[in-house]
Write a protein that binds this ligand. Structure first.
Ligand code: HEM
Ligand SMILES: *[C@@H]1O[C@H](CO)[C@@H](O)[C@H](O)[C@H]1NC(C)=O
Length: 502
């Protein structure tokens, strides 16, 4: 009996060890083929590297780490329980976003993104599949195609005129440009989304800022999924729920108003009108509900307002820092529109090649989403010779990609002319330049965002001369970035505008 028992336990332990050993070898084998990374601490892995300096924006921290520990622009990072791969190389980005696009189209969800985007009902956080494809189609065809973007141009024109009037009235005084441009962009997006100005707008815009802040926070619960204790302690759950309830109530009211007034579906209508009309459309495989509409509106604000603001404000900042560029761009717009009192937006977009180069260079040096939201690997793959295990989070650093010295000469300098003779554009076909992303998840608001940025710039340069505030010189003018989901200036851009008399 005793012998039999010992034998059984012996067999049991033997098979246990064999199993353990093969598991270990399997893990070690895939581990061995992972990209290199910084040394890890027990439990937290490399988390401390990400949290060491909260003043440094993530794209710079990750960029430095990849330079130091990565190989060919790829690096492994163990963030708590999460295995991540960080990418700074155009060639690897191409493999991920083109060759293996299907494997890497699903974004990682956090508590904030789940709650604020209605469990993936919007475009930006819905997992890859039929539902997402249908929404993208509506976005592309009904909402943000070139024709609609042009029809929004009258909204843009009115709002830009308000801004110009304000600048005229503050002639010679210091103006908070960051604040004014954010107001401009949010008014444009509000009117494009909801139609005429609605009650509760200020409150809504406050919440938009809050959404972006919440999305930009490191999600500790997501980093340690099995540590349930931590979730209660560290997550911003209450803040997230509060914001969610406020935004939900505001948009629900607007939808109700639209349904009651019955004037939906007119031509040239706002986003919400188009969606409310689609709600009844029987041609859709997957029905559109109130929550779908709310999630899509959240997409549009989260994706559109701060990005367009950042682009415009950074372009003005770079021109102040580089007076040569300012002068050249100003000369161009004043020659093309000589003798005109108002500028036609179509002409701004089509007839100012240098200003376009300025915007493109701004998007290279300051991509508003410098680091894309992490994608979740859907199936173990080999990328650039390294293994990427299932469920690895892949983080693409578009900012570092735009500064790769193999592709860009003198990458740290602001030189719009580099785009003059070059065919490189931002439509996702040139992987050294990804301000709007690439592949299936490329920004659907690309044309809208570009028009929102270049059109105000054309007007600002045509109508005004610009000076730094007293005591600030070109050399002392601060260009520091503020960490966050979309990266803007740390200090608000304040300038003095003087009307230009032709
Ligand atoms: C200069 C302005 C803009 C820039 C630089 C920009 C940049 C980007 C980038 C880089 C992505 C991809 C992120 C990723 O792969 O994780 C993205 C996605 C997205 N953008 Fe934009 N964007 C801009 C304006 C807009 C505007 C005006 C809208 C809407 C009105 C918008 C709506 C979206 C949406 C809904 C997505 C998610 C698409 C998806 O996941 O399928 N964006 N944007
Ligand atoms: C610019 O405006 C914003 C928003 O109103 C405000 O919070 C900020 O303090 C202002 N900045 C400066 C430098 O006046």
């Amino acid at each position: 009996m005793e012998v039999a028992f010992n034998f059984i336990s012996f067999v049991f332990f033997l098979s246990f060890f064999i199993l353990l050993h093969t598991q270990w070898r399997k893990k070690a084998k895939t581990r061995r083929n992972l990209p290199p990374g910084p040394p890890e601490l027990p439990i937290i892995g490399n988390l401390h590297e990400l949290m060491s300096d909260s003043q440094q924006p993530t794209h710079r921290v990750l960029g430095e780490l990849v330079k130091k520990y990565g190989s060919q622009g790829m690096m492994k990072l163990q963030i708590g329980e999460i295995l991540a791969v960080v990418v700074s190389s155009p060639a690897v980005a191409k493999e991920l976003l083109r060759t293996h696009d299907l494997t890497f189209t699903t974004k990682t969800q956090s508590l904030a993104s789940k709650t604020l985007f209605y469990n993936g009902l919007g475009v930006s956080f819905s997992p890859y599949g039929d539902y997402w494809r249908q929404l993208r189609k509506i976005f592309a065809m009904e909402l943000l195609n070139a024709k609609i973007v042009r029809s929004f141009s009258s909204i843009r024109r009115d709002e830009i005129h308000c801004l110009l009037a304000y600048l005229h009235s503050s002639s010679g005084q210091m103006v908070n440009i960051t604040e004014r441009i954010f107001l401009l962009m949010s008014s444009i997006i509000c009117k494009s989304a909801f139609g005429e100005v609605f009650n509760g707008r200020e409150e809504f815009l406050e919440q938009v800022k809050e959404i972006s802040e919440l999305l930009g926070k490191l999600d500790l619960a997501g980093v340690f999924p099995s540590w349930k204790v931590l979730h209660g302690l560290c997550s911003n759950k209450n803040r997230i729920m509060k914001t969610h309830r406020k935004v939900d109530a505001i948009i629900e009211n607007i939808i109700k108003e639209k349904l009651e007034s019955g004037n939906k579906g007119r031509s040239g209508d706002s986003l919400i009108d188009v969606l409310v009309t689609q709600m009844d459309s029987s041609g859709l495989q997957l029905p559109i509900t109130h929550d779908t509409i709310k999630a899509v509106i959240a997409d549009m604000f989260a994706g559109g307002s701060e990005t367009s603001t950042a682009t415009t404000v950074w372009a003005m900042s770079e021109m102040m820092k580089n007076p040569r560029v300012m002068e050249k761009a100003q000369t161009e717009v004043r020659e093309v529109f000589k003798g005109k009192e108002t500028l036609d937006e179509k002409d701004i977009i089509e007839q100012l090649p240098y200003l376009k180069q300025v915007v493109k260079e701004t998007l290279r040096c300051h991509p508003p989403f410098p680091v894309f939201s992490p994608r979740e690997c859907r199936e173990e793959s080999i990328v650039n010779g390294y293994t990427i295990p299932l469920e690895t989070k892949v983080i693409i650093n578009a900012w570092a990609i735009g500064r790769d010295s193999k592709y860009w000469e003198d990458p740290e300098s602001f030189i719009p002319e580099r785009f003059e003779e070059s065919s490189i554009d931002f439509t996702g076909n040139h992987f050294q330049y990804l301000p709007f992303g690439a592949g299936r998840r490329i920004c659907p608001g690309l044309a809208f965002g570009f028009a929102n940025s270049i059109s105000p710039l054309g007007h600002l340069l045509f109508h005004f001369d610009w000076k730094l505030p007293n005591g600030v010189t070109v050399d002392s003018f601060d260009m520091t970035e503020k960490p966050g989901l979309s990266v803007g200036r740390k200090t608000d851009l304040c300038l003095i505008a003087t009307p230009h008399i032709a």
